[in-house]
Design a protein around this ligand. Structure first.
Ligand SMILES: [Zn+2]
Ligand SMILES: [Zn+2]
Length: 152
């Protein structure tokens, strides 16, 4: 699939505001798609359609929820700003358009991680999953160790 095809499929399931922080959306609107790497977008589509097959909530603030930093985080997002102010490095996949936090409908994060592991051959790229968190953090940072799924 081309990047364009991936994005047009994703638009059936996700609003761009679910994938980027409010600062980014307010400045770039629909052009905010440009900041997300093709690999993570393709992985998200495969998770939604072929692996988890259930609605995935990312940012929900535009629907009255309180989460706005589960997708792309920009340099003025508080979390990122704080790290910079403290002189700490912050290279989370969230700041590189390479990672997302998902809340899958109808299953726990742990169940979703197990399912991703079982169906990892369907993943178009190697991924990383964060262990022991109540959301599914998935990103496409690649250790080049031939594992389709790495845990951190
Ligand atoms: Zn931001
Ligand atoms: Zn995360």
């Amino acid at each position: 699939m081309t990047r364009q095809q991936i994005i047009s499929e994703l638009k059936k399931y996700f609003d761009i505001r679910e994938l980027v922080c409010p600062h980014t959306y307010n400045r770039f609107g629909q052009n905010s798609w440009q900041f997300l790497e093709t690999e993570i977008l393709h992985v998200l589509l495969v998770l939604r359609i072929d692996i988890l097959k259930t609605p995935l909530t990312i940012n929900d603030y535009h629907k009255g929820g309180s989460h706005s930093h589960r997708g792309l985080r920009c340099n003025i997002c508080q979390l990122v700003k704080d790290k910079t102010a403290k002189g700490e490095i912050y290279l989370s996949a969230h700041v590189n358009g390479a990672g997302l936090d998902l809340i899958p409908k109808g299953m726990t994060a742990e169940q979703a991680r197990k399912k991703i592991e079982s169906f990892k051959s369907l993943l178009p790229y190697p991924v990383r999953l964060e262990k022991n968190v109540s959301w599914v953090h998935i990103d496409i940072y690649d250790y080049c160790n031939n594992n389709q799924v790495n845990y951190f």
